[in-house]
Write a protein that binds this ligand. Structure first.
Ligand SMILES: Nc1nc2c(c(=O)[nH]1)N[C@H]1C(S)=C(S)[C@@H](COP(=O)(O)OP(=O)(O)OC[C@H]3O[C@@H](n4cnc5c(N)ncnc54)[C@H](O)[C@@H]3O)O[C@H]1N2
Ligand code: MOO
Length: 425
């Protein structure tokens, strides 16, 4: 077996590179997000049939044993194995019939058997179920040739879980698998964190919805549909989606309204260094604090994070791929932090399927497709020859982002790089 090359350290490599003064590293930005935020208060009990996608505010424990009683794993005949003396074959009287959901009216004694069906409660006195294919039925008697072992084809009470056992820990996002475990534990409802209220403000005088007309020098708005889709999740309450005007006073009013109704305000655009970039001045005028502005990555360098009037603020760049990449990297981590979701997507290592030549400088996050495995069992990815911060058409086929280290201008095919899979939404 070939062992993967050892990875001595994680991260984008910016730490060792001469990054521009104001820019911080990806991992430093993630650490600031973790440090400056806390889980929002509030929990509610949700019926299990409405719990999909919600985050557990407390553990789910089993109310009873599962299964709650000994039951048949096969259609066949229940009997007491100890009653079969000597060598077979043995003939037994079938004295009762037990379908699933019913309790046998009579216990079994001696050479008595019960017709039983999968899932039915094993009658008192029986300790084995012989499947019907191994039985010769004649009238109301059966003949069996092989001695069944005690416990044969019986699913014992509590064999999956005892009563009071923790089946899911707090912080778990409920998917179909987790909901299956809740149902097995007898949980009719679960404690869920309250939905995080999110407001989205997409800036840019030049953007127009694809449903509307577009004048010369205007472009289709990609960020609103893209991020609205990303934010349409059961544990989030998208309270406002607005287009912002490129004016400080207009943004001031919009941001003021949004901070009044949202735990998290996400903006796109208007955070770079130009005269038309009014988001940060508006935020500061509202008394906000900016914890970081500018991360040494490409695309997405101007991404910013702070707080304003009790709300958390995430400023994504206007370029759509930059907005998507920074949403994946920082937005999902921030939302997980605020909603108390545990177990975020971990980065793993993959190998590059082609040479990469690029300009060294910032750590680059490039959309990549997992294509399979090489001869050593390592996952291989392919990608476009370059990343363009305005181009999103490679996203639908991509599985995640590869991290190309900051100082590196050439990577040969087969190089080991970090990879972060995209979140489901
Ligand atoms: N002098 C400098 N200029 C720029 C720098 C810099 O460091 N110095 N950084 C560049 C980088 S990198 C980025 S990224 C952008 C980010 O700027 P903003 O976040 O302020 O975004 P905008 O200027 O508002 O827009 C950038 C770009 O994206 C288009 N856009 C905006 N919103 C949307 C949308 N909803 N749908 C589709 N496209 C959108 C917009 O038209 C611009 O082309 O700044 C660089 N400049
Ligand atoms: O950092 Mo920008 O997102 O490269 O275009």
């Amino acid at each position: 077996m070939t062992i993967l090359q050892p990875v001595t350290r994680s991260g984008c490599g910016c730490e060792g590179h001469d990054v521009a003064k104001k820019l911080i590293t990806i991992d430093a930005a993630l650490a600031l997000i973790a440090d400056r935020t806390a889980v929002v208060d509030g929990a509610e009990d949700i019926p299990l049939d409405r719990a999909l996608g919600r985050i557990l505010a407390g553990p789910v424990t089993s109310r009873f044993m599962s299964p709650p009683f000994d039951n048949a794993a096969m259609d066949g005949f229940a009997l007491a194995s100890a009653a079969l003396s000597g060598d077979g074959p043995w003939t037994l009287d079938v004295v009762t019939r037990v379908p699933a959901g019913q309790t046998s009216a009579v216990p079994l004694f001696g050479l008595q058997a019960a017709r039983i069906f999968t899932g039915a409660k094993v009658p008192e006195g029986a300790d084995a179920v012989v499947m019907q294919e191994d039985v010769k039925l004649t009238g109301s008697t059966i003949r069996i040739d092989q001695r069944p072992k005690p416990g044969l084809n019986i699913r014992h009470a509590g064999s999956e879980m005892g009563a009071g056992v923790t089946v899911l820990d707090q912080g778990r996002r409920l998917d179909a698998r987790a909901i299956a475990a809740c149902a097995a534990a007898g949980a009719g409802s679960i404690p869920a964190r309250r939905r995080l209220r999110v407001a989205l403000l997409v800036t840019g005088d030049e953007i127009r919805a694809a449903s509307a007309g577009r004048a010369d020098a205007q472009i289709w708005d990609i960020n609103t549909p893209m991020l609205s889709a990303a934010l349409t999740q059961p544990h989030l309450d998208l309270v406002a989606v607005e287009q912002g005007l490129d004016s400080r006073d207009g943004l001031f009013l919009q941001l003021a309204e949004m901070t009044a109704c949202a735990d998290l305000v996400i903006t796109t655009g208007g955070i770079s260094v130009g005269e038309e970039d009014h988001v940060k001045p508006a935020l500061l005028a509202l008394g906000g604090d900016i914890h970081f502005s500018g991360v040494a990555l490409k695309p997405g360098k101007p991404v910013s994070f702070g707080c304003v009037r009790g709300s958390t603020w995430l400023g994504l760049p206007g370029n759509p791929l930059s907005a998507f990449v920074t949403w994946q990297l920082f937005g999902t981590a921030l939302v997980a932090r605020l909603t108390g979701e545990a177990g975020q997507a971990a980065r793993r290592h993959v190998v590059t399927g082609a040479n990469i030549s690029r300009k060294a400088g910032r750590c680059e996050l490039r959309p990549a497709i997992c294509t399979g495995f090489d001869g050593h069992g390592r996952e291989v990815v392919t990608f476009d020859a370059e990343t363009h911060s305005a181009h999103v058409c490679a996203l639908p086929d991509s599985d995640g982002l590869i991290f190309l280290p900051a100082g590196c201008d050439f990577l040969p095919a087969g190089a080991l790089v970090e990879f972060q899979p995209f979140c489901r939404t």
